[in-house]
Design a protein around this ligand. Structure first.
Ligand SMILES: [Zn+2]
Length: 95
């Protein structure tokens, strides 16, 4: 399950009043971390993949509940796995 937002960045631990979900995984991060993330070489690919997955989810939702659930599961999979290997040390989840 995704961690809820509790006022602290999941990545750097800084207290923040605003947050956004990482494009590389399901962490909720502060804008400082978001800025750093956009500099990563894999960021653009991640955005592309996310937009594609989003469109597939919308299309699936219009078809059937089963398709919608399948598309959501694929998106979860992508966020949890696909980009993990290429993440730099500062982007590993803190234990
Ligand atoms: Zn942060």
């Amino acid at each position: 399950m995704e961690r809820p937002w509790e006022g602290e960045c999941h990545r750097c631990g800084t207290a923040s009043s605003i947050h956004i979900m990482s494009m590389l995984n399901t962490q909720l991060i502060c804008m400082g971390c978001k800025d750093q993330e956009t500099e990563l070489p894999q960021y653009e690919k991640a955005v592309e993949a996310d937009v594609k997955a989003y469109k597939e989810r919308v299309a699936a939702q219009n078809k059937s509940t089963t398709d919608a659930m399948k598309a959501k599961a694929q998106w979860d999979q992508m966020r949890r796995g696909r980009w993990h290997d290429s993440l730099t040390d500062c982007y590993k989840e803190t234990p």
